[in-house]
Ligand binder design. Sequence first.
Ligand SMILES: [Zn+2]
Length: 420
Amino acid sequence: MISVPNGRRFGALPACVPKFPQICQPCVGLLASPTMDHSIVPANLLKALRPKLPAMLGVLKQLVCRESPSTEKSVADACAALLVDLWKNRFVEVEILQQERCGAHLRMTHEPKGRNPRGQLLVLGHYDTVYASGTLRKMPFRVAAGKVFGPGVFDMKAGIVQALFALATLHELGAPLTKRIVFLWTSDEEIGSESSRKLIEAEAEHSEAVFVLEPSLGLKGLLRTARKGVGEAELIARGRASHAGLAPEREANAIHELALQIARIKEWNDPRRGISVNAGIIEGGTRTNVIPDRAKAVLDLRALRIVDMGTIENRLHALKPILRGTRLEVRGGFSRAPLERKSSAALFQRAQSLAKQMGLKIGECTAGGGSDGNFTAALGIPTLDGFGAVGDGAHSPGEFIIAKTMPERAALLAAMLFNT
Ligand SMILES: [Zn+2]
């Protein structure tokens, strides 16, 4: 059980939570009063959002209880259908972009009322999760001691709910929005965004700023102002097979060659500059008495700066064999450029100042992993990431969010959408 600001107790929700338009009574009829004379200051946004926590949790329960593994198309499509239900008639035009192998991507466009938009903002999120269908049975949605648990609650269904309420509240307060806001909810982020990348980049190209609703870091909810670029490369050594006892002089041992190369590559690691090269998988050889003719290492590549990303790739391709009779082959490389801090600095400063006006403090951090924000920052579009929920344990059975931060994060997003 958790206490909510209006004094009611909020515990386990009924199995069938009413739909958003019914549970969010304060928001009903918002379109009828778009010119209400409220000053849209951050503190008012927060004040309007705090009492909505029970409604936010109700929508979150619906969303978490509709599982959405990236790799199960029909299951994910059912979650997309719920998102369409939740968002349709809520001030946005909803487009369902069907995909062949994964759930539909959803584009929700909010146009400023009665005027041509003065630019575009992009809010990015993904509704897919890393959890196979059926996970809910072992890891049910539950609220306990102010925390909300469930598969994907933190990464990143709460973020989507926060966005829904941020927009609704801007309407409720009659905020004169001047820009088009595009919300993209994609279905394949957890498996590399192969089918959504072009869509994300195309929308980003038209946008002045991108807000990524990935989870923030730690219980302080740090925004992610930099993210490492990430990639994967295969280093393949080829030698000459022969009998280990009969013809050792003809040795061109691919495993020995690969081992020497890995020792060389290991020296490229530079934690201070944020460079890491990790040989995570090696394979090769058949029997102990056979000199192997092939061995392969799969390398995880990370860098904080675009220039370092290029350097690592160049060095990989410039590797020369050490042992006579061996050859090297390199495949792959970086798939996401880093989100460099300069892409997010100005937006972060604004977020910090708006948070301060709500009496909240926000900090920043660098993330070792990539997100879809890496794509948009690489295009030169200001991008601020980690705008989603506050919690911990992403991709683990203990994944949770801190319930009372949902209105705060929604208010911060609303303030940014209004003030950017
Ligand atoms: Zn995520």
